[in-house]
Design a binder for this molecule. Structure first.
Ligand SMILES: Nc1nc2c(c(=O)[nH]1)N[C@H]1C(S)=C(S)[C@@H](COP(=O)(O)OP(=O)(O)OC[C@H]3O[C@@H](n4cnc5c(=O)[nH]c(N)nc54)[C@H](O)[C@@H]3O)O[C@H]1N2
Ligand SMILES: Nc1nc2c(c(=O)[nH]1)N[C@H]1C(S)=C(S)[C@@H](COP(=O)(O)OP(=O)(O)OC[C@H]3O[C@@H](n4cnc5c(=O)[nH]c(N)nc54)[C@H](O)[C@@H]3O)O[C@H]1N2
Ligand SMILES: [Mo]
Length: 669
């Protein structure tokens, strides 16, 4: 029996340290690494039994070729050689007839490993395929933060231990960032207050000392109301502003007068007294710490909302105080030179870009020139997770679309493939990980042999590159070579020396932070840019989300479920067994519509419909309906919440707007 360290590969801000017990090529047990500086020995219920995913009886073990109708789920095993030659032959044919842009790669963060995440980029660039804009998560949040802060490092989570007021702003901490609770608990023991801002009373809201409920998509107005009061009552940190902030005067003159507490209460549904008290609490705290989640950014106004919230720590001068600051999402992403694997230089000039959110529209658009004729999906499950699901499914049904899916499980997307290729899990390949919610990086070694005939994303890229006649030396490198290049790049990418020997040995390594990193504003002016002349509008201002012009009755709130992660972990029946397609509404709304707890209901809007089991709950405000989780379609009656969610994009960065839709409800019981 051997004990090996690894890192959690999933798309989560925590990026846990794992300790894996291995025997005879099998992972027997997975535990938290007590030496990990952020995750400190605990795991979520999903990863606490990662071995059940790795050795699941549902793992795909050989390449498969479709023998039934599209989507019917009938396949026959074929060899890797047959699979690769067939894919190459079909692609060559499509390139000759329609041009290389008729091929579309589609991938996301099924694994966050630096190598495997981006393993296919160079292959598709070299072929001249359509390029994919990977916008499905929260690019609008990054845009809003960068508008003021540029490439400034976000505040480390452990800093919150020294805060006296922690704001959990649109973050489902007890589902999506559970290890941050450790830091919040330490602050709390020292007397800190915790405020949660969300659209319904989540478990995180119940954990907090105070819960502020906002109307979905209106947090930008709330931030403006707080800034209005801070200006009116002269609560800003003027010394900090004079030294480090540009545009506060202009914001006060041109924008804030319109956002009186009364106006803001009207827009946000938060009472005037609460807004007043919250503004004073923020301003009077010694060191407020904001942990900003992604929820608020998944609306038509999402980039602007994130930009407005980012103004608050700036005018309060919290970055100058121990315990103060703001943590968004880009912490560890500066650690490596990711272009070593991404190779943007290999992309052909002028090649067509396709926004992944628009997959349904793109696959069903007959006028598109050239039409997409080949789809290659890896590390993602768009039939389940992409918006506009009716169109995505119609696209995947096309007989003239040649679809290849590289997967660990027979997902909703794999079911529609012409060829399915079996993928390794993180314990079966080499990689290196950084986190988007803390500053620890870690190498993940291959610690068990591949299950069945599965291959890693990089290995499949190499096989396809060879079959397509690509001879660039880049494709000849082994996974370990790539990991070595990436590790060495910390020397130029990170401002302080990183312990490479520890990193090479597979130990979690905390990136050392420069002493003044919180005040090192990496913007063109060197200041925090509330006024940013490079973007339009130069000053932030509020405008309503998309749903404001929709006609249906309820605002649909769609939130993460602690049992799964996007559609990952749906293979684990012990996690997905009970109560999944549930819709929570306020009892008053249910009474008005004559609906009872447990009723089967149909939710509908102009984009589609989905069936839920109704749950009445006071935790949900009247006029809103809450569904948690992104479930495999086999567990649903007629598709999941993405049947109801349009592919509208955010104001900037063309990001997803998963939380910005309305629905009507009627009973099926
Ligand atoms: N267990 C679990 N963990 C996950 C995931 C999962 O599905 N399950 N998903 C992973 C992924 S891909 C990501 S991107 C992260 C995301 O993790 P988070 O940053 O936590 O973001 P969200 O999941 O978007 O939503 C967070 C909270 O925002 C709330 N919210 C929605 N709209 C608004 C609004 O207008 N205002 C406010 N104030 N709050 C709002 C939601 O109700 C939710 O409670 O989590 C990752 N971790
Ligand atoms: N309705 C609704 N939809 C949402 C969201 C929401 O809140 N509501 N959240 C959105 C967000 S934030 C995100 S980030 C997206 C994520 O959406 P997706 O990118 O589709 O992510 P997952 O559903 O986790 O699917 C990842 C797949 O990759 C596979 N995989 C894992 N490791 C590997 C590997 O090494 N190689 C290969 N080839 N495959 C691998 C897994 O088996 C899994 O099926 O979903 C979005 N969709
Ligand atoms: Mo995400």
């Amino acid at each position: 029996m051997e004990i090996k360290k690894s890192a959690c590969p999933y798309d989560c801000p925590d990026c846990c340290g794992l300790v894996v017990t291995v025997d005879k090529g099998k992972a027997l047990k997975v535990e938290g690494d007590t030496e990990h500086p952020f995750t400190r020995g605990t795991l979520c219920p999903k990863m606490a039994h990662y071995e059940r995913t790795v050795h699941s009886a549902k793992r795909l073990t050989t390449p498969l070729k479709r023998v039934g109708k599209k989507g019917e789920g009938k396949f026959q095993p074929i060899s890797w050689d047959e699979a690769i030659s067939e894919i190459a032959a079909r692609w060559q044919e499509i390139i000759a007839r329609d041009g290389a842009e008729a091929i579309l790669p589609y991938s996301y963060a099924g694994t966050m490993g630096t190598i495997q995440y981006s393993a296919g980029h160079a292959l598709f660039y070299a072929l001249g395929a359509s390029s994919l804009d990977r916008t499905i998560c929260a690019p609008a949040k990054g845009y809003g933060y960068r508008a003021l802060m540029g490439a400034t490092l976000p505040t480390a989570p452990q800093e919150a231990q020294h805060s006296d007021l922690i704001i959990l702003w649109s973050i489902s901490m007890l589902a999506t960032d559970i290890h941050f609770k450790h830091d919040v608990d330490i602050a709390r023991k020292n007397g800190a207050k915790v405020i949660c801002i969300d659209t319904y009373e989540t478990k995180t809201a119940q954990y907090a000392d105070e819960f502020i409920r906002v109307k979905p998509g209106t947090d930008g107005a709330l931030a403006l109301g707080l800034l209005h009061i801070i200006a009116r009552d002269k609560l800003a940190d003027e010394d900090f502003i004079a030294a480090f902030v540009q545009g506060w005067q202009e914001l006060q003159a041109e924008v804030l007068p319109r956002y009186t507490p009364e106006t803001v209460a009207e827009i946000t549904g938060v009472g005037v007294n609460i807004i007043e008290a919250f503004a004073h609490e923020l301003a009077n705290a010694k060191a407020p710490f904001i942990r900003l989640g992604s929820g608020q950014s998944r609306y038509g106004n999402g980039a602007m909302t994130s930009r407005l919230i980012t103004c608050l720590p700036a005018v309060l001068g919290t970055y100058a105080r121990k315990g103060g600051g703001m943590l968004t999402s880009s912490s560890g992403s500066h650690a490596f030179d990711k272009d070593i694997i991404r190779r943007p230089d290999m992309e052909k000039a002028g090649v067509r870009h396709i926004n992944m959110i628009k997959l349904g529209e793109v696959l069903t658009d007959k006028k598109l020139q050239p039409q997409v004729k080949a789809l290659y999906v890896y590390s993602s499950n768009p039939a389940c997770t992409a918006p506009d699901q009716n169109k995505v499914m119609a696209g995947l049904m096309r007989e003239d679309l040649f679809t290849v899916v590289h997967e660990r499980f027979m997902t909703d997307t794999a079911r529609f493939a012409d060829i399915v290729l079996p993928a390794t899990t993180s314990l079966e390949h080499e990689d290196i990980y950084y986190s988007y919610g803390q500053y620890v990086i870690q190498r993940g070694r291959q610690i068990i042999p591949p299950v069945g005939e599965s291959k890693s994303n990089w290995q499949v890229t190499q096989a396809l590159a060879k079959a397509m006649g690509l001879t660039d030396d880049f494709f000849c490198q082994g996974e370990i070579d790539l990991v070595n290049h990436i590790m060495a790049s910390t020397k130029t990418c990170w401002p302080l020396p990183v312990d490479l020997s520890k990193l090479k040995a597979g130990e979690p390594v905390e990136l050392p932070l420069p002493q003044n990193y919180k005040l090192d504003f990496k913007t063109p002016s060197g200041k925090i840019e509330i006024l940013n002349p490079k973007i339009t509008p130069a000053l932030p201002d509020y405008f309503p989300p998309h749903y404001a012009s929709d006609g249906e009755e309820f605002i649909l709130i769609n939130s993460p479920d602690p049992r799964i992660l996007d559609s990952s972990f749906n293979e684990r029946e012990e996690l997905t067994r009970s109560g999944i397609m549930v819709l929570q509404v306020n009892p008053a709304d249910a009474a008005r519509l004559n609906l009872r707890d447990g009723d089967k209901v149909m939710a509908e809007n102009t984009y589609g419909s989905a069936e839920f089991s109704l749950k009445l709950s006071d935790r949900v405000a009247p006029g809103t309906a809450v569904s948690e989780g992104v479930w495999w379609q086999e567990y649903t009656a007629c598709g999941n919440t993405n049947r109801l969610l349009p592919a509208r994009t955010t104001d900037k960065a063309a990001g997803s707007t998963f939380y910005d839709a309305r629905i009507n409800l009627h009973s099926l019981s």
